[in-house]
Design a protein around this ligand. Structure first.
Ligand code: GCB
Length: 592
């Protein structure tokens, strides 16, 4: 699936804006044929989560299905077109009707899906688009859902949040990213995969393109541009449904954080001399390798400085906002970061593009967060593989993506099944699945502290990622002891596994404005000193490859006595104002 673009042969009709909404508390929408139209309960802005926009009508903590509808027109076309409806995400599942006809459904949030709707769409008449979005999760879905009985079974009633989630962020529902109608040529390019390698000063680009149908009497022109200058042009004739090739760029500028050089690759598809379709994609040439306990980018070691983040902002919830994307990248540059993890789900395609352009390195994660292996089923495994497939297909062309993260903190419930032979088989299959799709990037899996050095993730990860909260959840108030414990643990992990280690989470909840002369949890000084202590330990261990602070900014969670509306481990607050720690971090990360 390609990111939408407009050009000589492609058009986009935005379907963002105000939609009508109806809450389906008793799941009666289907029986009542809401697909044919309904009387609205409210109007909602798309993209955006329903929770904070419509908390006044009871949607803050709503879990269930909600129907959306709107109308659109299409202009009559003089030549045949294909119409594709694209949802950049729907959290966590969606079912779609057009003019009352069932179009399809998609399970899983945070990833795009498309439907070809040419046979259902009407020219010159109103088209009614109806979407039922459902944010319920269960044991088979990714992420998994959790129920009151599960807490009881584990004797963890005090851990129950409202609404119940296994993860520590708000399960924002809705059409959180763009909805668009793509007007495409009768036969169009459907997919492009790009892989790159470097050889001395030459960059090698491998491409593989696929088309929606067989091409007849065709010629394809493939061009590489450096800014406005065409640096390579070639023609291929009589292509069927797929085209592969390789292009060498001499004296190539390799993509890296200091010089995020992007070239573009353009395909022009001619049939009988007529331009049928064109598509142009930005790419960066770079190579990632693990070597002697270092991550090498284009042969040079890099150290990851950055954050675990969230897509989260007041009112928008997880809704896409271009200004917010800009702000977050500006703040990350300001503080001297060079990387982040898309904790705990795929971020918008616009964020990925911005990382390519600004030179940020991304660990790209699927929403398999806090899995409880007691409840894992074959369906969970299938769904897990599906989200990995969808993520890799979506993001593999981004130079910014340097690693895949296949989950976050499985086994956090302490369930013995998390370290069983079944779990071992599960992870083996997951890691193999990713390796089969992409051998060019390392794979990792951030772990919690529960399983100590027995966590299965260590065996399969190419580099180890550890989320550790010594000095917060364990050893609160004892910063030096926490540092010593961290050091001891990292040394023992390295001794056992001989793999480089990323500190993928560490931090402290911090209330801005709360100060203390002694190590006091929640104070700005405590966050600063604890992060500083971790920095010292990480620096002293040559096998560490990076430090990702938890979190970039405060973010909303489900209701729980442990959280005052938000998780306050942000270095910036939810409005993106810096806490004191930000200034210490900036000094440390920007020091030459
Ligand atoms: C973690 C989780 C993250 C939480 C964080 C915390 O280990 O990976 O999702 O938000 O701890 O603050 O407790």
């Amino acid at each position: 699936m390609l990111y939408p673009q407009t050009n000589r042969r492609r058009m986009i009709q935005e379907l963002n804006g105000f939609w009508e909404l109806k809450i389906d508390r008793d799941d009666s929408g289907r029986n009542n044929n809401w697909k044919n139209g309904f009387n609205k309960d409210a109007i909602i802005g798309v993209p955006g989560s329903w929770n904070e926009q419509l908390s006044e009508i009871g949607l803050m903590d709503y879990v269930g299905s909600i129907w959306y509808q709107r109308q659109f027109y299409i202009q009559p076309q003089s030549i045949r077109k294909q119409y594709v409806l694209r949802f950049d995400s729907a959290d966590f599942s969606a079912e779609v009707w057009l003019n009352g006809q069932w179009i399809g459904k998609h399970q899983g949030g945070f990833l795009p899906f498309e439907f070809e709707i040419s046979e259902f769409v009407k020219e010159d008449q109103p088209n009614r688009l109806t979407v039922c979005v459902d944010n319920r999760l269960n044991h088979d879905t990714i992420p998994q859902g959790i129920f009151t009985d599960d807490y009881i079974e584990f004797g963890k009633q005090r851990d129950q949040s409202y609404p119940s989630t296994v993860f520590d962020f708000m399960a924002y529902g809705g059409l959180n990213r763009s909805v668009r109608l793509l007007v495409l040529p009768a036969v169009y390019m459907e997919k492009v995969n790009i892989d790159t390698q470097i050889h001395d000063s030459t960059g090698i680009l491998y491409y593989r393109a696929e088309f929606s149908d067989n091409l007849l009497d065709n010629e394809i022109i493939i061009s590489v541009y450096d800014e406005e200058t065409c640096i390579d042009k070639r023609r291929v004739k009589e292509v069927s449904k797929m085209l592969e090739g390789q292009i060498e760029i001499k004296k190539c500028e390799f993509w890296c954080p200091d010089n995020p050089k992007l070239y573009s690759l353009q395909f022009e598809l001619f049939e009988g001399g007529y331009l049928l379709d064109e598509y142009s994609i930005e790419f960066g040439i770079r190579e990632i390798k693990l070597h002697k306990n270092k991550i090498l980018l284009n042969g040079d070691p890099i150290f990851l400085k950055g954050f675990g983040k969230h897509e989260d902002f007041p009112v928008l919830g997880k809704g896409l906002s271009h200004p917010l994307i800009i702000k977050d990248f500006e703040l990350m540059k300001w503080i001297g970061a060079n990387s982040f993890r898309t904790s705990h789900y795929p971020y918008s395609e616009e964020i990925m593009q911005m990382a390519d352009r600004t030179g940020f390195l991304i660990i790209d994660e699927v929403p398999a967060v806090s899995m409880n292996f007691k409840y894992v089923t074959d369906k969970t495994l299938q769904n897990h593989k599906t989200v990995l497939t969808e993520l890799i297909n979506r993001d593999r062309n981004h130079p910014s993506v340097i690693a895949w993260s296949v989950a976050n903190e499985p086994g956090i419930w302490g369930e013995k099944e998390a370290v069983s032979s079944n779990a071992d088989k599960y992870w083996k299959e997951i890691f193999n699945h990713v390796k089969k799709m992409d051998i060019s990037r390392p794979i990792t899996l951030p772990t919690c502290a529960v399983w100590k050095n027995r966590d299965i993730a260590y065996k399969y990860s190419d580099f180890i990622s550890v989320n550790r909260y010594w000095g917060w959840y364990e050893m609160p108030g004892e910063i030096e002891k926490a540092g010593a414990k961290l050091k001891e643990e990292l040394l023992s992990l390295f001794k056992l596994y001989h793999k480089p280690i990323l500190l993928s989470e560490f931090g402290a909840d911090t209330v801005e404005g709360l100060h203390s002369t002694y190590p006091q949890l929640f104070s700005e000084e405590y966050q600063t000193d604890l992060i500083n202590e971790y920095f010292k330990v990480i620096k002293s261990l040559p096998f560490t490859i990076g430090e990702h602070i938890w979190n970039f900014a405060d973010f909303r969670t489900a209701q729980h006595h442990r959280r005052i509306v938000v998780n306050k481990k942000g270095v910036f607050n939810r409005q993106r104002e810096p806490k004191s720690a930000a200034f210490m971090i900036r000094k440390y990360w920007t020091k030459k």
